[in-house]
Design a protein around this ligand. Structure first.
Ligand code: FAD
Length: 436
């Protein structure tokens, strides 16, 4: 009988073990289900990027990608029944909703095989464990064990043996992304980075004023490229880049073991932490969202997010720290704003990076190490070029003077808070939960 290849976060044809297994059946229906439970909270930029990824996949499949819309628990068994499928193939989804949905789909499929092969990670979450079987709570030992565990070599390309089945389905929504999408684009982005900035990644990655990172996050998010493909290309000198990929795997592993940490503090002592949520805090939060806090590097980052739906990692840390430790707003307000606007918004990476910054996550930076938004700007945007690029009111300010609050023009917002004062407030609140 024919098989269904149900694509989710694996929108590519090469290095795709689940697709190769489906192709063994001979006839394959390639399927994608537009599921409102995932699409609604995703935000427009991420949806548009998804649609373009689907268009690219459909093109690579010769126009055969079948698009359906609704709850997969109804749709997948219905289509399987219609074509008399013997099996439904997927790459495992390891995030909380996806796991639960897949269990329900499997049940609804009854006798039809539901075959999970691979995942969006080099090592499927849940596999790397301490000798006593417990999950890792700290990154460095996880990374070591993850390397020891290893992963398979990229699967050979070529699904030529499959005969694609077509059914009349829906059209992919027309909205288009500002970014090139799909497998071919992902491989080109990777090759440009691998043959260029990767050599200086150790120093270049921390400089938002330079283009020193890979920009692969959105492609990894949708599986236009698998991390195995990247890892196989790395050389012994590329440890830092390999570690960044390991962070992605670590956070997926943490979320797999504790799905509740998508919403709740990993460190439960922070449940008692005092946040500000009243009217004044809401106004400050709004200023942060709009990039009008009066702190230049924070505002540049928040405006980059709105303009490009992406933000440099160093600046993500600075703006997140500012929200949590200078404005005392709950980390999940910021995480939600990020998820709405980021093209690479990913539950595991986003929520756990936020928790890391807020001090309540795994491996968290010690709470008392509070980023100073001025010195961070001076250090990582030493000539002020990043700030000037995103904050037009500051374009007339020369060099690093853009980081000096008392030298900024009147049309630029006054600081919403005083960093030195708010830093102390944060430390006092931390003391209150540490000692009680
Ligand atoms: P590169 O520096 O080229 O890194 C290569 C890849 O490694 C990235 O594409 C990403 O997949 C992975 N990676 C790098 N740093 C991290 C990290 N700290 N944690 C997990 N994976 C990492 N990343 C997301 O993919 N989605 C998110 O929603 C997300 N939210 C974040 C929120 C906050 C508050 C912070 C501080 C970081 C967040 N990150 C998130 C991690 C990181 O900022 C982005 O992965 C990175 O900036 C993407 O750009 P790049 O592909 O050029 O990264």
């Amino acid at each position: 009988p024919p098989a269904i290849m149900w694509f989710r976060r694996d929108l590519r044809l090469s290095d795709h073990p689940a697709l190769l297994a489906a192709a063994d059946a001979g006839e394959v229906l390639p399927l994608f289900v537009l599921d409102d439970r995932l699409l609604k909270p995703a935000g427009e930029p991420r949806r548009r990027f998804l649609y373009d990824c689907l268009r690219a996949l459909d093109h690579d499949l010769g126009g055969r990608l079948h698009i359906a819309h609704g709850d997969p628990v109804d749709i997948v068994p219905k289509i399987a029944g219609k074509i008399g499928a013997g099996s439904v193939h997927v790459s495992a989804d390891t995030a909380p909703y996806g796991r639960e949905r897949d269990e329900r789909v499997q049940k609804a499929l009854g006798d039809i095989d539901f075959v999970r092969i691979g995942s969006p990670y080099a090592v499927t979450p849940g596999r790397v464990r301490k000798q006593d079987g417990e999950p890792y709570r700290v990154f460095t030992p996880f990374r070591r064990a993850w390397l020891d565990h290893g992963w398979r070599k990229p699967a050979k390309s070529g699904v030529d043996s499959a005969r694609w089945i077509s059914l009349k389905g829906l059209k992919i929504p027309a909205a288009k992304s500002d970014y090139p999408a799909g497998e071919q684009a992902a491989l080109e982005v990777w090759q440009d980075f691998r043959d260029g900035p990767l050599a200086d990644y150790d120093t270049g990655r921390d400089r938002p004023d330079r283009d020193g990172t890979s920009h692969l996050s959105a492609y990894l998010r949708w599986g236009c490229v698998h991390p195995r493909t990247l890892l196989a290309d790395l050389k012994p000198g590329n440890e830092t880049f390999r570690s960044e990929l390991a962070w992605r795997e670590f956070y997926a592993d943490v979320l797999w073991h504790q799905p509740n940490t998508a919403r709740e503090n990993y460190d439960r002592k922070f449940d008692r932490f005092k946040h500000d949520t009243g009217k004044a805090a809401q106004q400050r939060f709004q200023a942060w969202c709009e990039g009008k806090t009066g702190y230049p590097v924070v505002d540049a980052g928040m405006r980059q997010l709105l303009a490009e739906n992406w933000m440099h990692n160093r600046v993500r840390m600075i703006v997140a720290s500012f929200l949590v430790k200078d404005l005392h707003v709950p980390w999940w307000w910021g995480a939600r704003h990020f998820m709405r606007h980021l093209i690479d918004g990913d539950l595991a990476s986003n929520q756990h990076n936020w928790q890391w910054v807020a001090g309540c996550g795994t491996d968290a930076a010690p709470y008392f190490r509070i980023f100073n938004p001025i010195t961070q700007g001076e250090k990582f945007d030493p000539n002020g070029d990043y700030v000037r690029k995103y904050v037009p009111e500051l374009r007339g300010v020369q060099g690093k003077t853009v980081h000096k609050l008392d030298k900024l023009p009147e049309e630029y917002p006054a600081p919403v808070v005083d960093h030195a004062h708010e830093r102390q407030v944060s430390l006092d609140r931390y003391d209150a939960i540490r000692t009680t």
